[in-house]
Design a protein around this ligand. Structure first.
Ligand code: HAM
Length: 438
């Protein structure tokens, strides 16, 4: 006999991607059901697309870091370069640009794609995550920014979060531009677009760097004179006053006015907030957990009025955000806002002996037709063991079918969480369960 010498295949998933066993899937569905309902409550319509995109879609305007270091890119059999989407915004922009003449603006679109980034897996950062994307196309003004922030705030409230548990940090790319231009003038330097982008990228990472390293990175991005000006004048203490004297500050003030009137009480100006994507042109925001043990941005977005130009079309104003499932779950767990697991099955039909399987299947079908989700025992375990299995799976109700029950047409029904027992004709079972609930 030939010996099987091959090593056993690993059961682990590919590093950083997600298997969802049923319990995990329950929690995932909880998160995404609220995302869907929240987006739809603001009039957003769902769209979706393939996970595969031509690599060139990301070459122009997204984040250099993502493109250089984090995309899954391969060459297909026809020699074309293909990328697994690391984010949804370029796809949404492509789809809107492709049908811009037929679509009637403004568009309110949402999607729940999985996205892939080649990252070092750690808390809050995986190689595959699902991301609610809500985007508003065709509204240029501050009211559009306000709607997107209002929706972001609303979603967290739908999860049961209070305003003191999260903060919405808001900034404006025009304000950053004006601040850097003013500092460059003071330093006697010219602010080229490339230099500006390099400084913004450095400022975006400021939180993650020691002060010396930050200054060094600024010097590398902007030259010594501008780096010194940014470092000495654009400090956490001085930046708010510095920004409030700039022309674009009025846009931020108008936005804050809207938010206040809409009941969003936890939005704050953060003069250092940049966000990593090059396509943002206006308002940018990030939502943070106020609990220190969960320091990463929960989600974020902003306005990108010029991204659609890369398809050679007239500009279409756009604003939106991406909210990842992993960090929302961390946030909800931190604040004890995740629900307990609850089974999708209402009732387990236990059987006394294998000869009752067919009767139990018929009883179950009758109850399904009355609106219950019902699983049937098909093993030869003893009734007690069957009930323990049902309890392990968090099924709340158990009905026992045996010869005697069949003869008398009366069935014992037990509610496992309370231990309460009932003896009922089949016609009363569904009504009892539906009225008493889980
Ligand atoms: P982003 O900030 O790169 O923005 O991602 C949005 C959110 O997706 C993050 O705040 C986080 O919740 C989640 N996320 C991103 N990467 C990971 C990861 N490796 N592991 C777990 N979660 C992650 C965007 O992608 C923009 N396209 C959002 C946008 C939509 N802007 C306008 N419209």
């Amino acid at each position: 006999m030939a010996e099987n010498t091959s090593a056993k295949l690993s059961t682990a998933p590919y590093k950083g991607v997600r298997d969802f066993y049923p319990r995990e899937r329950f929690f995932f569905n909880y998160l995404t059901d609220i995302m869907r309902a929240g987006a739809e409550s603001f009039g957003y319509e769902e769209y979706s697309a393939s996970v595969l995109e031509p690599t060139e879609l990301y070459a122009g305007k997204t984040s250099e870091e993502i493109l250089r270091e984090q995309t899954y890119t391969f060459t297909d059999r026809g020699g074309r370069s293909v990328t697994l989407r690391p984010e949804m915004t370029p796809t949404a922009a492509r789809m809107v640009a492709a049908r811009r003449r037929e679509l009637s603006f403004p568009l309110r679109w949402y999607s729940l794609p999985n996205c892939f980034r080649y990252e070092r897996p750690q808390k809050g950062r995986l190689r595959e995550h699902w991301q609610l994307n809500c985007d508003l196309f065709g509204v240029a003004g501050v009211a559009g920014d306000a709607e997107i922030l209002h929706l972001a705030h609303h979603l967290l409230q739908c999860y049961g979060a209070r305003e003191d548990q999260f903060v919405i940090r808001v900034n404006h790319r025009a304000l950053l531009h004006e601040a850097l231009a003013a500092l460059a003038r003071e330093a006697g330097e010219r602010l080229t677009p490339a230099r500006e982008a390099a400084v913004l990228r450095t400022m975006d990472r400021r939180d993650k760097m020691a002060p010396d390293a930050y200054l060094k990175a600024l010097e590398a991005a902007a030259g010594k004179a501008l780096a010194d000006a940014v470092h000495s004048r654009f400090t956490p203490e001085a930046a708010p006053a510095f920004c409030s004297a700039l022309p674009s500050y009025s846009q931020l003030e108008a936005l804050m006015g809207y938010l206040k009137q809409l009941g969003v009480g936890n939005a704050r100006h953060d003069p250092f907030l940049v966000r990593g994507f090059d396509y943002y042109t206006g308002m940018v925001f990030e939502v943070y957990d106020t609990a220190e043990e969960n320091p990463r941005a929960l989600f974020g977005g902003g306005r990108y009025d010029r991204l659609l130009e890369m398809f050679g079309t007239e500009p279409i104003p756009a604003v939106g955000f991406g909210m990842g499932d992993v960090r929302i779950r961390d946030f909800l767990e931190t604040h004890h806002l995740m629900p307990a697991y609850s089974s999708p099955t209402d009732l387990f039909v236990a059987t006394v002996g294998a000869e009752m399987h067919l009767t139990a299947m018929q009883v179950a079908q009758h109850l399904r037709e009355e609106g219950l989700n019902v699983a049937v025992n098909l093993t030869d375990r003893k009734v007690g063991a069957q009930i323990r299995r049902a309890a392990d799976r968090a099924i709340p109700w158990v009905l026992v079918v045996g010869e005697e029950e069949r003869t008398h047409a009366v069935y014992p029904l037990k509610h496992l969480p309370t231990g309460r027992e009932y003896s009922l004709p089949l016609s009363a079972v569904a009504e009892t369960i539906l009225s008493l609930g889980k």
